[in-house]
Design a protein. Structure first.
Length: 324
């Protein structure tokens, strides 16, 4: 596609829309960085070409033992973050990616025979729609004007609360909805860490946009099996995570709503991802039975007649994969 210097680089071919499709040659000619490739389908196209080159160059699948090749198709993530899962950009990407994968699988079939190949596909997370889209659909969000920085407001409120309650800002930092308290300062003041954590949790629950909160002692001493609390506990590490974890109301983002979208909540739109198996001994069909990404590793190990990985928490999906 040729472009002229006087063209709008973001102008598409359909009705002069400035939304999509983008005039990529003009963007490159205008000095767009190489990272532009990452938010187009063509990044994944090149990666699958690289996968074929790696298989050929390393002689994968030609020896007496199975070989494993992991391919991270990251354009889906970048496009979703930049434009949202319901965008025209994402629609275009998925259509193209479907074709790229079809070509890759056809090549595998020709080279090895699909009966000798086991393929599994999943995603690391889902994602929220951008606040603009939700607003247009009449769905209430935590970003009514698409500019509300919820996390910044909550953090500032907690700092003010600690200053008023204890005479000192005891909040060390906030990362991924984890509140890290200043343990050394708490000891200097002669305070009980558990009691401070409980106070912070109770105050956080009074803030607009906060759906829930749990303290370190609760996460350490108890075990949740379902719902948002279980999801937050699975994401919590005893040695690395914070003293209090919070999560926001559904469709509420912690950062500004004008720069794309994000993830990291315990709600279904962030956690629901597909798991697809095909190839060796996989019968045709589908199931809506709940499964987990952690089930993939023991399932693959079962196919390979291999021990389960260390620290495995999943279960092999034999009942779903075995022909009836």
């Amino acid at each position: 596609m040729e472009s002229r210097e006087d063209e709008n680089p973001y102008e598409g071919e359909i009705g002069g829309s400035t939304a999509f499709p983008f005039n990529l040659p003009a963007l490159v000619a205008g000095g767009a960085p190489p990272s532009l490739l990452n938010i187009t389908p063509f990044g994944d196209q090149l990666l699958l070409e690289l996968a074929i080159a790696a298989i050929e160059g390393e002689g994968l699948g030609r020896g007496p033992v199975p070989d494993i090749l992991s391919v991270g198709l990251s354009a889906t993530d970048a496009i979703g973050h930049s434009f949202g899962p319901g965008s025209k950009q994402m629609q275009d990407h998925i259509i193209r990616l479907d074709g790229y994968l079809a070509d890759f699988f056809s090549w595998l079939d020709q080279e090895f025979g699909m009966e000798n190949v086991l393929i599994f596909i999943t995603a690391d997370h889902g994602g929220a729609h951008i606040p603009h889209y939700l607003r247009d659909q009449g769905i209430v969000t935590g970003n009514p004007d698409t500019e509300t920085r919820v996390s910044a407001e909550i953090t500032a409120d907690i700092r003010s609360f600690l200053q008023e309650e204890y005479g000192r800002d005891l909040l060390l930092t906030v990362s991924n909805q984890n509140l890290f308290l200043h343990h050394h300062a708490i000891r200097e003041l002669g305070l009980d860490l558990d009691q401070v954590q409980v106070a912070v949790k109770r105050f956080a629950l009074t803030r607009n946009g906060v759906a829930g909160a749990l303290t370190r002692q609760t996460l350490t001493r108890g075990e949740f099996t379902e719902g948002p609390r279980a999801a937050m506990q699975h994401a919590w590490h005893q040695r690395r995570s914070g003293d209090v974890v919070i999560w926001l109301e559904p469709q509420t983002r912690g950062d500004t709503g004008t720069g794309g979208t994000g993830h990291g909540t315990p709600w279904a739109y962030d956690r629901h991802v597909p798991i697809i198996f095909m190839g060796n001994r996989i019968p045709a069909g589908q199931s809506m039975e709940p499964v987990f990404v952690s089930d993939i590793a023991p399932t693959v190990a079962t196919f390979l007649n291999s021990p389960f990985p260390s620290g495995n928490i999943g279960r092999p999906l034999n009942d779903l994969l075995r022909p009836h």
